[in-house]
Design a binder for this molecule. Sequence first.
Ligand code: XUL
Ligand code: CO
Length: 437
Amino acid sequence: MTTYFPEVQKVQYEGPQSKNPLAFRYYNPTEVVEGRSMQDWLRFSVCYWHTFRCNGTDPFGAPTLTRPWDDGTDSVENALKRVDVAFEFMTKLGVPYYCFHDRDVAPEGKTLRESNANLDKIVAKLKEAQARTGIKLLWGTANLFSNPRFMHGAATSPNADVYAFAAAQVKKAMEVTMELGGENYVFWGGREGYMCSYNTDMKRELDHLARFMHMANDYAKQIGFKGQFLFEPKPKEPTKHQYDFDAAACLNFIRQFGLLDVVKLNIETNHATLAGHTMMHELEYASIQGVLGSIDANTGDLLLGWDTDQFPTDIYLTTQVMLVIMKQGGLAPGGTNFDAKVRRESIDPIDLFYAHIGGMDAFARGLKIAAAIRADNALSDFVKQRYSSFDSGVGRRIENGTTNFTELETYMLEKGDAAANISGRQEMLENLINRYI
Ligand code: XUL
Ligand code: CO
């Protein structure tokens, strides 16, 4: 069989002392952390779009990543060959999952019928490759943003025909996701938002989007698709006002339109930071409300203001992420999807391996560090103590709803002033985290 990465063997765990750049130093899939294997905690996934379709274009420059296996066409033949490339890459890397948009895996045709037929051809091959390698589909999704027909949005377009096209496309993408055993289905509202208030009926657009989600849910029930639906919050880029701005905006929409049992969130680091949040904030906010479903693992650049989708290598970041994920007992059926791309200057196929190995090792370290912090209750004891005034007396009555403003006033009139505050100890806690890192 042709090999597309002849210089790479199956990537092995060699331990922290290894200097081999094509080995894991921390990710040891079967190693048990808090009673669960690393692979089950982390559920890594490779994304098809950045890893196998990204060609290094940017707004100023032409493709730099010309792949030896790619003939430069968007043909079905090239797409079929790409399946072999993808499964060789993922097998050698040792990831259990992958994800795709419909248009990443198969070329769009001139009509919807032709596009669906193209997709069917590739899906048949993906199914074979999954059976052969044991690699599974974490999620599927539909690309409702690249084609010019979606310039005004998809489910929020003012053009009812575009809405119908988007519905048909999601219907098909959901069918193939189900056919491939996909465990989730993602909705990233690429152009579900707007650029200009003067030409926008925001109420109608949001109502239409809600109808879309209910129809998607009805169809999932109709065909027996059991995958978890996930919204992926993002504040801007491409539109100025994205309706799925952040976890809070998504949750408000989900609640307002009765979708709480239907949709959870797929939270992405670079999207969190574009919204002015930390990833840990977004994860915690979603998790405490029971809607943290999955993550897109990447990172932005501190100095650039757009979605750079870089591979995560920062141990503080991965530790913070894993602290929240472990607190909620894991992500399944979600996972850790590397929605990340190599820089356009990293032009060799082997750079795809370095990038993913680095990301996986960073997460494995984050997992182990978070587990050590948790084993010592290093943060949780402090936080518990910080709120202990709510464990008895007036605090207890506030929490269990057995007091009121009049009683609280009487209490404070008698006492005269609140008890003295205690230090938040931020610096001590930052030092403590450094001890574990
Ligand atoms: C875009 C983005 C998407 C979604 C899937 O910023 O993150 O690739 O993950 O549509
Ligand atoms: Co993403």
